[in-house]
Design a binder for this molecule. Structure first.
Ligand SMILES: [Zn+2]
Length: 421
């Protein structure tokens, strides 16, 4: 009996080690394939084109820091140079405190826009043209910028005024109310955006009839996405970038493809992108995003409460801020929020990048087009550094880099090669 069990153990061990050997051999073969095919794709972007893409994206790192210091300068103009006090005087001409606050907030939006104009015209207009990414004339760019300002004031000013109601009425617990309000506000904006905001800037319409539409809708049906939730929009008026997105919230959730994608890509590539967007939809990324960002917003507001109390207690008099609920503290509040989010960049980027990776994986399974996916990843690398370092990707990338995305696609391909006979 003992001998039989020994024999069994021996046979079992041999079997297991053979299996482990086979697994290892399969992994080595997959890795070799992934490595060589990814290298082949990456080598299609080299020389001046690679340098241009790297320098555009790396310039973005510098711009994030410049933006932060520029924001500090804007806060300085409001608080130290007395612009805020002038605004307070103008707002003080009405009696009602909420109306006073609303006037101050609107003036703040307008003047902050003016003060930030030199940086935004460089970043969003001249720099985009310098890298050949924008299709907008200066007038069109300015009109769009003013439209954004208008939308920002229309939606943002009442929201900030409400925040100051919470600051006055709820005492030291204002930040809990403020954070809850901010989350509801974000959900509300997401809900109305596809219907009321996006159409201000672009024309959205159903896809044209034809084979491509049939294929896309077949993929949508296969993944339980209603056909009326797939649109196209004229992004080519703004830029050459290939893109698609999932927007909206609850009943307004929809997938939109931009016309650059439809004009520049093959049907297989379009299907690969659609698979990715369907991933966001099916995996409920919008709702998961609200929960993840919701937690972050509570942390941001807690830090904001701590910093505001400390700074106003020590510097409030010099900056013309009477108390934490005084609207004169808005320029400080705005700067502190940008400062906290600046330091949270690796966290927010990682939250988004993780969802993007999940959507890629879903897309590969749904579209079954790994090479088309890799081609699109190379196209996206026109404006996103294709092969960054590990930490660089964690800190600065809100989507996986081209290299990581292609590796993922090639891994999928390697494991499915046997299906493709
Ligand atoms: Zn995505």
């Amino acid at each position: 009996m003992k001998r039989i069990s020994l024999l069994f153990i021996l046979l079992f061990s041999i079997g297991m080690s053979l299996k482990a050997h086979k697994d290892l051999a399969a992994t080595v073969a997959t890795n070799a394939f992934v490595d060589s095919s990814t290298k082949a794709y990456l080598s299609t972007l080299n020389g001046a084109a690679r340098e241009k893409s790297d320098s555009y994206f790396e310039g973005g790192y510098v711009l994030q820091v410049v933006n932060l210091f520029y924001g500090l300068l804007v806060a300085f103009v409001f608080l130290k140079l007395g612009l805020g006090k002038q605004m307070k005087r103008i707002a003080g001409k009405v009696q009602n405190v909420n109306l006073q606050n609303l006037i101050y907030v609107i003036l703040y939006f307008l003047l902050a826009w003016v003060l930030s104009f030199p940086l935004s015209v460089y970043t969003d207009y001249f720099r985009e043209h310098q890298y050949g990414l924008s299709n907008l004339t200066f007038t069109d760019w300015l009109i769009q910028n003013l439209q954004s300002l208008g939308v920002g004031i229309l939606l943002g000013a009442p929201m900030v005024t409400f925040l100051y109601v919470a600051l006055r009425k709820t005492g030291q617990r204002w930040w809990l109310w403020g954070a809850s309000g901010a989350i509801i506000f974000i959900m509300f904006i997401s809900f109305i955006a596809p219907v009321f905001i996006s159409p201000i800037f672009n024309k959205y319409e159903p896809l044209e009839e034809g084979k491509l539409k049939d294929e896309i809708l077949a993929m949508a049906r296969a993944n339980d996405i209603p056909a009326e939730n797939v649109y196209k929009f004229d992004a080519s008026k703004q830029s050459k970038r290939v893109s698609a997105n999932v927007s909206g919230f609850a009943s307004t959730t929809r997938i939109s493809l931009n016309d650059n994608l439809l004009n520049r890509c093959t049907p297989e590539e379009i299907k690969a992108v659609m698979g990715h967007e369907m991933g966001h939809y099916v995996l409920n990324h919008v709702y998961k995003g609200v929960i993840e960002f919701g937690v972050l917003i509570f942390i941001v507001f807690a830090l904001l409460n701590w910093a505001l109390n400390k700074l106003i207690a020590t510097r409030g008099a010099a900056w013309g801020i009477e108390s934490i609920s005084d609207v004169a503290g808005l320029p400080l509040l705005a700067f502190l929020i940008s400062l906290i989010f600046f330091f949270a960049t690796p966290v927010t980027n990682t939250m988004i990048r993780t969802q993007e990776m999940e959507a890629d994986q879903f897309g590969l399974n749904a579209a079954r087009e790994p090479d088309a996916e890799a081609h699109v990843d190379m196209m996206l690398s026109e404006y996103r550094k294709v092969d960054p370092g590990k930490w660089e990707e964690i800190f600065f990338f809100d989507h996986p880099s081209g290299r990581v995305r292609i590796e993922t696609a090639m891994k999928w391909k390697a494991e499915h090669l046997k299906d493709c006979k």
